[in-house]
Design a protein around this ligand. Structure first.
Ligand code: HEM
Length: 506
């Protein structure tokens, strides 16, 4: 009897202590209006069984019509959805919201630039920046041209055939390119189609599993998660995809550095010259990571992250552009007219340089409009490390987690007008864009944690699109209003990016 009384006393004490310590957090949270998330029994049951398509629909529905900031409790996890551009700006530029929530560590790269806390993020961003700034990307243009040509030879197999998912081709190209930037060639485009698609499928399964875990908070504790099938799927998928290349890339880099140190350099350059070989290795991405004395785990996390960040995103965005152009032939014609003006009326694009890329003004509008309608990263997360006050006086409590709903902001009729669901590239003309809040369009987000690879992505996408659209007329039977999406960390079209291609008449 006494034992029971002591037990009740301790539990009561712990509960009161918890609420006392959390009183400010809970008070501020209580002031934020609720989202429309369906907390009825059927709503909760639906969340239990939701797949990534239902997850996207449920989360979008829950805050689609809210104007300001709203909240959702996912068990003990507070999610605050900051849906207006001015407040998104406050969050994304605040030093108190620079870190990502703890559940982002589920992606398995806690020491990386993408998911790491301030320390590793800041150090890694400094190391990687030179490879992705204007000069760094300019130096990569010849590589982008070369890899795109290989891709054009491979995609030829689909000429004049039925509709196919262009994403599988573009993602192979994106992977080949980024591994080469890391001084390692995976030659995935040369693999058999089945093998290529298998790798990509595995990576997507990994993202799917982690996205589901983030929203299903009962899967957060490792002890529960590791017993689930989702965990087994996630591990299997990751081991078969990015892990495989990550190890090989690091081993390859280490070997090259050792070879130069041991004067064994003849296979590293054509001139058989030690100084050249040394310079070539020193100017290298992987060398920088290794020589900055990062821990093995940090290097591993970083390589894996960059592989993933550079691949799915760029391929998805280019696929969206092609799909939308296939749906809107008048706009496709205008893009091609611009290409003919710059490059002449040939079927094969020349090697494209920076100056020509700068002339692609209409294509810029088209890419922006495609990334507005189909932003590949539809939400981003931040953690509140210290209280932050929004434009309407709402205070974000320390310990809360923020969602910036990029997809919702990009589709808001209040911002983009009643035709927000239509593909209209001219809304990105300078005089139209001036009327829109700068944080109403942010496919790469903004602020200090903005995408490091945005110049890289835009440059590679343009080179791919020029080559593809000069040679092929693109068609599809899909309709924009019928597209369905699934949230696999990135936003993917459930039906696939199905297009058919035929050679242009010159
Ligand atoms: C169209 C293609 C791309 C899109 C739409 C995109 C989008 C994004 C977004 C929205 C973020 C912010 C995530 C967040 O705040 O949580 C991000 C971060 C990042 N992206 Fe990209 N990305 C693309 C391509 C690339 C490429 C090609 C690379 C590398 C080569 C890259 C590397 C990164 C890195 C390293 C970060 C983390 C930046 C930081 O936290 O400081 N991305 N990207």
């Amino acid at each position: 009897m006494v034992v029971a009384e002591v037990f009740v006393f301790i539990v009561t004490f712990l509960i009161i202590n918890y609420f006392w310590k959390q009183r400010r957090f809970l008070y501020l949270a209580s002031k934020i209006p609720k989202s429309n998330f369906d907390f009825s029994l059927s709503g909760i049951l639906k969340l239990f069984t939701a797949d990534s398509k239902e997850l996207f629909e449920m989360s979008y529905e829950s805050f689609k019509n809210s104007i300001g900031t709203v909240k959702t409790w996912m068990g003990p996890v507070l999610l605050i959805i900051v849906g207006n551009p001015e407040d998104a700006k406050i969050v994304l530029t605040s030093k108190d919201c620079i870190e990502k929530p703890n559940f982002m560590k589920f992606f398995g790269a806690p020491e990386s630039i993408l998911f790491g806390d301030y320390g590793p993020w800041h150090a890694h961003r400094k190391i990687l920046n030179p490879y992705f700034n204007a000069q760094g990307v300019k130096a990569l243009i010849p590589l982008f041209n070369k890899k795109t040509r290989i891709f054009m030879d491979v995609v030829k197999e689909m000429e004049g055939k039925e509709e196919f998912n262009i994403f599988y081709y573009l993602t192979s190209l994106a992977l080949e390119t980024i591994t080469k930037v890391m001084d390692f060639d995976v030659n995935i485009l040369n693999l058999e189609k089945v093998e290529r698609e298998g790798y990509i499928h595995n990576l997507r399964e990994f993202f799917k599993a982690v996205s589901l875990r983030i929203f299903k908070t009962w899967l957060h504790p490792e002890i529960i998660y590791q017993k689930t099938q989702t965990f087994k799927d996630e591990q299997g998928a990751m081991n078969k995809s990015a892990m495989k290349f990550t190890r090989e890339i690091i081993n390859n880099a280490r070997k090259k550095i050792n070879d130069v140190e041991n004067n064994n350099f003849s296979h590293l350059n054509n001139n058989n010259n030690y100084a050249d070989a040394k310079e070539c290795v020193q100017k290298n991405f992987m060398n920088d990571l290794i020589n900055n004395k990062l821990e093995d785990k940090e290097i591993f996390d970083e390589v894996k992250t960059i592989l993933v960040a550079a691949q799915d995103t760029t391929a998805n965005s280019s696929s969206s552009v092609l799909l939308l152009l296939a749906m809107h032939k008048d706009i496709q014609d205008k893009v091609v007219a611009e290409l003919h003006q710059i490059f002449g009326k040939s079927l094969d694009a020349p090697f494209i340089d920076q100056e020509q890329l700068n002339q692609l003004q209409y294509m810029d509008l088209v890419i922006n409009e495609a990334m507005r309608l189909m932003p590949v990263v539809p939400i981003v997360f931040r953690k509140v490390n210290n209280e932050v006050t929004l434009s309407d006086g709402c205070i974000l409590p320390k310990g809360g987690n923020i969602i910036i709903p990029i997809y919702k902001i990009h589709h808001s009729k209040d911002i983009w007008g009643n035709d927000a669901e239509q593909f209209r590239p001219d809304r990105f003309e300078k005089e139209n864009l001036e009327k829109i809040h700068p944080y109403a369009f942010m496919p790469f987000t903004k602020g200090p944690r903005m995408c490091l690879g945005y110049r890289y992505a835009m440059t590679l996408m343009k080179i791919q699109l020029v080559n593809f659209l000069m040679r092929y007329e693109v068609d599809t039977s899909l309709k924009f209003e019928e597209l369905e999406y699934e949230l696999n960390t990135t936003l993917n079209v459930c039906q696939g990016y199905m297009i058919s291609i035929k050679k242009r008449q010159t």
